[in-house]
Design a protein around this ligand. Structure first.
Ligand SMILES: Nc1ncnc2c1ncn2[C@@H]1O[C@H](COP(=O)(O)OP(=O)(O)O)[C@@H](O)[C@H]1O
Ligand SMILES: Cc1ncc(COP(=O)(O)OP(=O)(O)O)c(N)n1
Length: 267
């Protein structure tokens, strides 16, 4: 039996809904062996982020080396990277280990407003990491920050995707969770064509970690050999089920249900 392996390079969410915890749960649910390189510890729950404690650059590098040299990496995703120093170190490790299936979730700000990426790290994200990525998965505020464009319409989303693609990333997937309307529109630009993935918008406050979970599902599918487009289709179904079959945890923005997709018969 071939075991596919995915690495997440991200921050820890003590509340279990986002970050490394969401990524590893999603990998497991999709039948992929998950490994991790921790970039920061956050003291976090459904009410918000109560503390951020970054790892040293050496600690991040050593974790990536340990996983790459022994276990192997079929795909990897990045989440909260926090600083320019960590971004630069991760970019160097991607090159050193010749990782190709790189999914960048450009995590910037948590739902409650806490910064998870230092402002001065944006340039490193754009110039060092994005050119190495197979896919980048910004939400709308992140796509606006990277492209320096305002997004108010589907046409704006397309223009922003083209601007981001010009930074050297092969596929840009702008997630539509922050839009309004009865339907969510996630837009994929592959450098030539646009593809849209839609879902019924669920009226719930329990959407903590949706972005992490969506990009982790894409990463797992890509580890198994799926194309970017097929991986996005599966990830959309995975997150739709996870939000629809909500679990009531905590008193703020609760996590999604990571086992819903499997319980519905997906795998
Ligand atoms: N209320 C919702 N109902 C259905 N899908 C949602 C909802 N909120 C977010 N999504 C979906 O979850 C995924 C993550 O999107 P988004 O919330 O924009 O990311 P982030 O958590 O990074 O802000 C996307 O596929 C988006 O369409
Ligand atoms: C440790 C950590 N990493 C990432 C996030 C952001 O997760 P995201 O999926 O964008 O979800 P929300 O913060 O929007 O709920 C995080 N909060 N913590």
């Amino acid at each position: 039996m071939t075991i596919c392996k995915a690495l997440t390079i991200a921050g820890s969410d003590s509340g279990g809904g986002a970050g490394i915890q969401a990524d590893l749960k999603t990998f497991q649910e999709l039948g992929v062996f998950g490994t991790s390189a921790l970039t920061a510890v956050t003291a976090q729950n459904t009410l918000g982020v109560h503390g951020v404690y970054p790892m040293t650059v050496v600690a991040v590098e050593k974790q990536i080396d340990a996983v790459a040299s022994d276990i192997g990496v079929d795909s990897l995703k990045t989440g909260m990277l926090f600083s320019a120093d960590i971004i630069e170190a991760v970019a160097l490790k991607i090159k050193e280990h010749h990782f190709t299936n790189v999914i960048v979730d450009p995590v910037m700000i948590a739902k409650g407003g806490a910064p998870l990426l230092q402002e001065e790290a944006m340039e490193a994200l754009k110039t060092k990491l994005l050119p190495l990525a197979l896919v980048v998965t910004p939400n709308i505020p992140e796509a606006e920050a990277i492209s320096k464009r305002t997004i108010k319409s589907e046409e704006d989303k397309k223009e922003a995707a083209k601007v981001i693609a010009a930074l050297g990333v092969k596929n840009v997937l702008i997630k539509g969770g922050h839009d309004e309307g009865a339907v969510t529109y996630d837009l994929l630009y592959d450098g030539k064509e646009f593809h849209t993935f839609t879902g019924k918008r669920i009226d719930t406050k329990d959407t903590h970690g949706t972005g992490c979970t969506f990009s982790a599902a894409m990463t797992a599918e890509i580890a198994k050999g799926a194309s970017v487009r097929t991986a996005a289709e599966t990830a959309k179904q995975f997150i739709q089920a996870a939000i629809e079959d909500g679990i009531n945890i905590g008193s703020g923005h609760g996590p999604t249900n990571h086992w819903a997709y499997r319980q519905r018969g997906g795998c």
